[in-house]
Design a binder for this molecule. Structure first.
Ligand SMILES: NC(=O)c1ccc[n+]([C@@H]2O[C@H](COP(=O)([O-])OP(=O)(O)OC[C@H]3O[C@@H](n4cnc5c(N)ncnc54)[C@H](OP(=O)(O)O)[C@@H]3O)[C@@H](O)[C@H]2O)c1
Length: 330
């Protein structure tokens, strides 16, 4: 039986991934933090190892413990990261250096790794202009988060380990907490429309992303980077329209000019920081909202993994809305 180490298994994408991985013939080891909510993982009989990516000593102890139990890793899927942070230094500390710590311990303990799958982000490429597509060679992140994911990619590429990098676009689905705010606002009868500018957006449903990662594990493809999206291009109104349809909700559209969104983002970021918390709407998020096109070249992904997404945005939003309603989130 192959051994797979999964980081970020308690997060949104990781929790969907671990559920599917549990159906594979693999021994799953999850790297979790002391404070992580591990109830689901315990139910799935996943073996837990406690370490934060930013705590070198804890990571050293985990790898010593793997060695003392003669556990050799065949696969790593690295999902853990921060997506909100105070500054570039904090993003780099966890997203880049955390990845480097992991890589260095895998090499030090000579794990016979077949593949290190890294969940990067479309943010590592940065957006493009209307009617253009982001190429996998594009490396112009516009946020500190994107810079840290790109830096982590570069470290992994130079590590000598066999790697596979996925750069997903916006991921949505049951349990997601950021895009959820749009579902919430619409369920309350409001439909905010940000700016007058045209935007071309892309999405991937979490179940499709998980299928792609698992295809990636089984494939022979290594040392390559791929985008992950459902392959369609959506206007900035599409998400709201599909949510409204699926919730059967009449809404009042509120047009918010970009300059006002910028002020709100700045205000929200400042107020949250006084409480030592991170605002979901901040100046970094504003840059992403302002960008023209997040369309990426995804055909190479479909070809390399013989992958066809099962969900477009309409189908995925319907299933997600039903989940939010059933679980009492809205
Ligand atoms: N969601 C998206 O739209 C999207 C799009 C593109 C790429 N991605 C990438 O996909 C991955 C997963 O994203 P997600 O949406 O599932 O994020 P998430 O829900 O915020 O989950 C993040 C996971 O990382 C763990 N983590 C955070 N800081 C850590 C640290 N210092 N040490 C160890 N573990 C740590 C969290 O553990 P706790 O449970 O202890 O907090 C959690 O399990 C990330 O790498 C993200 O960059 C996400």
């Amino acid at each position: 039986m192959k051994n797979i180490l999964l980081t970020g298994a308690t997060g949104f994408i990781g929790s969907h991934l671990v559920e599917q991985l549990a159906k594979e013939d693999m021994r799953i080891l999850a790297l979790v933090r002391k404070k992580s909510d591990t109830r689901v993982l315990k139910k799935l009989n996943i073996e837990l190892f406690e370490a934060a990516l930013d705590d070198e000593n804890q990571l050293i102890q985990v790898f010593d413990s793997l060695s003392s139990q003669n556990i050799q890793l065949d696969f790593v899927v690295h999902c853990a990261a921060i997506t909100k942070g105070r500054n570039l230094e904090e993003f780099m500390h966890i997203n880049r250096e955390g990845t480097e710590r992991l890589v260095s311990l895998i090499k030090k303990h000579q794990h016979p790794l077949q593949k290190f799958i890294f969940l990067s982000s479309l943010a590592a490429s940065g957006p493009t202009l209307l009617n253009e597509s982001i190429s996998i060679k594009d490396k112009s992140p516009i946020t500190d988060y994107g810079r840290s994911k790109l830096a982590a990619e570069l470290s992994l590429e130079q590590s000598g380990l066999p790697y596979l990098i996925f750069r997903p676009t916006a991921v949505y689905g049951p349990g997601e907490k950021d895009i959820f705010s749009v579902f919430k606002i619409i369920s309350q009868g409001l439909n905010p429309l940000i700016g007058k500018h045209e935007q071309q957006l892309t999405f991937i449903y979490v179940k499709d992303l998980v299928s792609l990662i698992i295809q990636g594990l089984h494939s022979q493809v290594i040392d390559k980077t791929f985008f992950a999206s459902d392959g369609k291009v959506y206007s900035k109104q599409a998400l709201g329209n599909f949510i409204r349809q699926s919730l059967r909700k009449k809404t009042l559209t509120i047009k918010i000019p970009l300059w006002l969104v910028r002020i709100i983002a700045y205000g929200s970021q400042t107020v949250y920081s006084f409480r030592n918390r991170l605002s979901p709407l901040n100046l970094e998020k504003f840059k992403e909202l302002k960008a023209q096109s997040w369309v990426c070249e995804v055909e190479p992904t479909f070809r390399a993994f013989d992958f066809q997404p099962e969900y477009d945005l309409q189908k995925g939003v319907k299933e997600t809305s039903e989940w939010y309603v059933e679980e009492g989130w809205i």
